[in-house]
Structure formats: structure tokens, C-alpha cells
Design a binder for this molecule. Structure first.
Ligand SMILES: [Zn+2]
Length: 633
């Protein structure tokens, strides 16, 4: 294991004055006491990288870094005022200075010259972070948790690296790859898959079925091959509860390893988990986990960018690619056993450029097995094009506003809501609909704030309008944050037309249900459903035409509500691919996979897509059930 460290050390020049060498996940960090070598290591580091094909980073030994107070003063002098530095934090164990700024580009300088100057003047390694344009308490908290746990993080990341480079600890045997379906087999919800090789145990997603009942909400944790103490790594494709909702629970059960995801996924995942706990308390159900489990999760997140290749176990190398579904959502590509097998899990995917994101990536170095979602994979799942849906949405809003009504849109906090915000902001700016307030309920607002911290994940059009035209659609003053019960009441009681975006999208709880109760009996209001409505969810019951529903009002009593508001279902804003897009995606993907596993769809849709693809593409297709285990190699 220490072999790789010994190899790095052996290739460094004698006068480099190396004091230590450790891991940060799969990266190797070398600390030097020589100021000269730190500022100019020539080709020494590059040569080692070429030799061992791993990322190697050079940092100053903590003993040569400038005193923090002086360093902060110098940093603030060096970084141009235009960058608006909001905060400078130090990670003394890792010799890093974290600089939070509104304009990272300015703080970095044209070719990184500002960073070089900081290094030269302070002997700290500068790290630039974007201050979100909309202030986010959550991002501040997450950054603080990471900052306060610097010492823990250093040891933890070194431990992860030791495992990655440990070689074969479970004994080298015949090579094989196997995947067990612990959830999302012929269903939408509770995504969870265990990838095993003789050496590695990797969990892909760990979600809950939001619309499920108590006994079928969770993944099959009793799958015989799932042993929490043996899991090497957990990978999260994106921050929707049906993919990440059970992650904090793993820590409660004793998991102690890394969570791999993108930065936006980490932040939104933490937010959703905290919100989930909160809803649990409100409904007087004991939450499954607490905020301290969420904190343990955040402390162990290893964030990666798209197309950044990383070893996550001795025989699995992982790469994320854009999935086009939500901010930071990833296709998860696993290169297993030094070329033995290449596997890709799509998470949820959208093969269409939306108003917010670019279409899912189609080109990969190698690929033998593709495991793809099929939420809208059924024969009839070809919703109208996005443009048409946009027109329909604006029409409904105009009509409702004309009769003085409000438009309630239950949305998923992540993805669809921001997509709709962009459409409505543009429509009001261009005069296609009357200007009216758009009320953004708490969670949606917080998620939007997180969006403003990571504009690099948007599609090129939105990026361009933010970076080059200085126009951030999320900063429009037509958006009004609704922070609590009192403000919510004011929105309900105001006589003015407005649009309300509130979670949950399937109306399984949360503000969307509260608003619905208040507005449902008045025919001048409109309800617009835009996302997938899970079987058994309240949203699905409304879609199925239920007009009278009873609600508990406490003390065992209930009230009957007669639904009179207008109901619309617009499916064109989906963050998922339609059936045609799924088929098209598989047709375009390069290289062509030899085998396709179809998951994350209702039973009939999975089976139907599997048989259609088999006929069209002449590939082996399988629609595994929960608890099925499939040998890939
Ligand atoms: Zn999703």
C-alpha cells in the first residue's frame, strides 16, 4: 500500500525537503519545507504524475506558511477589489487558504496570475469558492462544518486513500462483477444498487420511495449480500430523495466511509435530508435520522467534477458525466478491474437541453453494460415538446390571472422548480404574461440559492447570460421568498393573482398540500401538476379524478374537501427523458453497450422498454426486479 507513497518519494529531487506525503482520497499530497521548491518545482511533479498516472499535488509544509492574520491581509490586498472577497478561511493542517468571492474568475486572474502571487507572498495554497448570489444559510453551514472539521477531514481522506491503494485485501480470486438490485427494480423510488467484485463493495444511491407505505419505503437493506461494515464507497447520482434520502441513515447504522457526489448534489442532499427530518417532526413521526447523522454525511463527502476520473476502490475507477436531470446530476461510469468491465448507471437522465441544463453526455471511453432509468419509458410516454408545454403553462396562468385566481404549482424542490422559474421570469420580462408576484416556498428558495453558488453546472446559454450579460434570472425581484406560516397565510389571503411554487411535487406533504387545502374549493384558482406522480401519492389521486378528499384535522377528526379549482397536468417539463428520447439516447451512445439493464420505471414500462430495445438494437436487455442479482462479468 505504502508502495505508491514510496515511489513518489523516490522520484522527488533530494533538495525538495519533503516533510510528509499523504492521501486525500485518491490524490497524493506532498508537503515541502523548501520555499524555492514550493514556488518552482520545475517538472518534478509533472514527471511523477506521468509516471504513476495519479493526481499529485505539492503543498507547503505548515511550518513555512505565513501567520494567518498577515496572510489574510496580504490576500485581501492582492485579490482585485472587483472580486468582492467575502471571507478568507484557513485550513492549517492542509496549508490551504479558502477565499470566498463573488467573482471567482477575477480572483483567479487571467492565467492564474493572482493565485501565483498569493502563493509567492503567503506560502499558502489558495482555493477559490464562489459566494452564492442569493445568500444561503445552508451553504454557509456546510462550509463551516467542513472548516471546523479540518483535522477530521485530513485523517479521513488519508484513510480513504489508504483503502484505495491497499491492493487486494480480500484475496485475489477469479475476477467477476455482480450487481444486486436493492430498490428501483421495476418501480420508481428507493433507488439502491450494490456493485460487488471479489475486492470491492460499492453502493450506488440509497433513496426512499416517497409515495410508499411504511414497510416498502426503504431499499432492501436485508439483501443477504449487503453488509454495511464491508461497504467501501457510496456514490450518489443526484439529490432527489428517491436517490439520496436514506444516505444519512447509513451513518446511523455505522457506515464510516466516503460519499462521492458533485458539490451541488452534496449541498442539496443535505438540505433535503434536513427538510425531511423537519417534515417528520411536524407530522409527529419519529424521524429516521437526526441532523447529526446529516452532519456525519457532509463530513465524509468527496466532491468531484464532471469527467474527473478517480479511483474509489483498489479495482474500481469512477467518472461522473452530466446527466441533464438536475443541477449536478451525474451519470456514474465505473471502470472495473483494470479493463475487465465498464458499467454505467444513468441515475435519472434527460437527453434534451432544458432551460437550465445541457443534455446528458453520450460519449464514453468504454462501455459494456448500461443501466438506464425508464420513468417515462412506456409506449404512451411521449409528452408534448417543451415549447408546447411552455405555451400551455403561460396560457393557463394568463387565464387564471384574468379571473383573479392564483396558480398553485406543486414542484420538486430541485430541478423542475428552477426550470419553471426561468420560464416564468423570461415570460414576464418579455410581456408574454402579466407581471405578478411569484411566491417561492422556503425549500425551493433555499435550493435556488444553492443554484446560484454553482453556475458552472448550468447550460451554456444560462452561463452566458450570467457571466457575460450580468443577468441572473434567479435574481429577479418578481420572485418573493415565503419563509414561514405567517407569510404563507398572507399569500393565501391576498386578493391578487400570483403563482405559487411549493413542495412536495407529489403532494405527499409539505407546503403544496397546505396551499391546496386553502385554495381547492374555489373554482377561480388553478392547480398545475408538472412532475411524476407516484402510485399511491395524493397527486396521483387528484390526477385520477378524485374530487372529494378527507383530511385529518387533529384529535382523530377529519374534514371533507371538495376540489373545485381547475386541474392541469403538464408533462413537458419533465427532468426525465421521454420514451423517444431514451431510445434515441441509447442509439446515440458511444460506444454501443452490449447489455442494457432497465430500472426505475413502473413494471410494465420497464418490461416494454426492455423488449422494444431488444428488438430494435439487438442487444441483451433485462428489467431486473428488486432483490435480483446479475452477474455482469
Ligand atoms: Zn431524480
Amino acid at each position: 500500500m505504502a508502495d505508491i507513497i514510496a515511489e513518489v518519494m523516490a522520484h522527488l529531487p533530494k533538495d525538495a525537503e519533503i516533510t510528509s506525503c499523504s492521501f486525500e482520497g485518491a490524490n497524493i499530497i506532498v508537503y515541502t519545507k523548501s520555499r524555492e521548491f514550493f514556488l518552482d518545482s520545475g517538472t518534478a511533479i509533472k514527471d511523477i504524475v506521468n509516471l504513476i498516472k495519479k493526481r499529485v499535488e505539492l503543498r507547503p509544509d505548515p511550518s513555512i506558511t505565513t501567520d494567518m492574520e498577515d496572510a489574510e491581509k496580504k490576500i485581501r490586498e492582492i485579490v482585485p477589489a472587483e472580486a468582492s472577497v467575502s471571507n478568507v478561511l484557513f485550513d492549517p493542517q492542509r496549508s490551504q487558504a479558502i477565499i470566498e468571492t463573488e467573482k471567482p474568475g477575477v480572483a483567479i486572474g487571467k492565467t492564474g496570475e493572482v493565485l501565483r502571487e498569493i502563493k509567492k507572498e503567503t506560502f499558502w495554497v489558495p482555493l477559490i469558492r464562489r459566494t452564492p448570489s442569493i445568500r444561503s444559510k445552508l451553504i454557509e453551514n456546510i462550509r463551516m462544518v467542513l472548516y471546523e472539521n479540518n483535522d477530521f477531514r485530513k485523517k479521513f481522506l488519508d484513510k480513504v486513500g489508504k483503502r484505495v491503494y491497499s491492493g487486494w485485501t480480500r484475496g485475489r480470486k477469479e475476477e467477476w462483477v455482480r450487481i444486486s438490485v436493492m430498490g428501483a427494480g421495476r418501480q420508481v423510488g428507493r433507488s439502491c444498487f450494490l456493485v460487488q467484485t471479489p475486492e470491492s463493495r460499492v453502493l450506488l444511491d440509497c433513496g426512499l420511495d416517497v409515495a410508499g407505505q411504511e414497510n416498502d419505503m426503504f431499499p432492501y437493506f436485508d439483501t443477504p449480500e449487503f453488509k454495511i461494515g464491508e461497504i467501501d464507497a457510496v456514490v450518489v447520482s443526484h439529490a432527489h430523495l428517491d436517490h439520496c434520502g436514506m444516505i444519512p441513515l447509513l451513518f446511523k447504522y455505522g457506515y464510516d466511509g466516503p460519499i462521492y457526489c458533485t458539490e451541488p448534489t452534496r449541498d442539496v442532499m443535505a438540505l433535503l435530508a434536513l427538510d425531511y427530518i423537519n417534515i417528520g417532526w411536524k407530522e409527529v413521526k419519529k424521524p429516521l435520522y437526526t441532523s447529526s447523522d446529516v452532519k456525519e454525511m457532509v463530513k465524509r463527502c468527496i466532491c468531484l467534477n464532471y469527467e474527473e476520473v478517480t479511483d474509489i476502490t483498489p479495482d474500481i475507477r469512477m467518472t461522473f458525466y452530466n446527466a441533464g436531470h438536475t443541477l449536478g446530476s451525474s451519470l456514474v461510469h465505473l471502470h472495473i478491474g483494470n479493463g475487465l468491465h465498464n458499467f454505467m448507471y444513468t441515475g435519472d437522465l434527460n437527453y434534451e437541453t432544458s432551460n437550465l441544463l445541457a443534455a446528458a453526455n453520450t460519449s464514453f471511453p468504454r462501455l459494456e453494460t448500461l443501466m438506464i432509468e425508464s420513468t417515462y419509458g412506456g409506449k404512451d410516454d411521449n409528452p408534448p415538446p417543451r415549447r408546447e408545454s411552455e405555451r400551455e403553462l403561460l396560457e393557463i396562468i394568463n387565464k387564471t390571472a384574468e379571473r383573479g385566481g392564483k396558480v398553485l404549482m406543486p414542484v420538486l424542490g430541485v430541478g423542475r422548480s428552477q426550470e419553471i422559474m426561468i420560464i416564468l421570469e423570461r415570460a414576464m420580462r418579455e410581456g408574454l404574461i402579466k407581471k405578478m408576484p411569484m411566491y417561492i416556498q422556503g425549500l425551493v428558495w433555499d435550493v435556488t440559492a444553492i443554484h446560484t453558488a454553482y453556475p458552472d453546472f448550468f447550460n451554456s446559454k444560462v452561463r452566458k447570460s450570467i457571466f457575460h450579460e450580468g443577468q441572473n434570472p434567479f435574481m429577479s425581484d418578481l420572485f418573493k421568498q415565503v419563509a414561514g406560516q405567517k407569510e404563507m397565510q398572507q399569500v393565501i389571503e391576498s386578493g391578487e393573482p400570483c403563482v405559487i411554487l411549493a413542495t412536495s411535487g407529489m403532494m405527499t406533504g409539505g407546503a403544496s398540500v397546505e396551499y391546496f387545502k386553502a385554495l381547492a374549493e374555489n373554482p377561480k384558482h388553478s392547480l398545475i401538476l408538472t412532475c411524476y406522480q407516484g402510485e399511491g401519492s395524493f397527486g396521483r389521486r387528484i390526477l385520477n379524478g378524485e374530487k372529494e378528499m378527507s383530511f385529518g384535522v387533529g384529535e382523530g377528526r377529519s374534514e371533507v374537501l371538495k376540489m373545485k379549482m381547475e386541474l392541469y397536468n403538464i408533462s413537458g417539463f419533465s427532468g426525465h427523458s421521454s420514451r423517444n428520447q431514451l431510445i434515441n439516447y441509447i442509439y446515440r451512445i458511444e460506444p454501443k453497450p452490449k447489455r442494457i439493464l432497465i430500472i426505475h420505471g413502473e413494471s410494465s414500462k420497464c418490461l416494454d422498454l426492455a423488449s422494444s430495445l431488444h428488438k430494435m438494437q439487438k442487444v441483451e436487455t433485462t428489467a431486473p426486479r428488486n432483490l435480483d442479482a446479475i452477474r455482469l462479468r
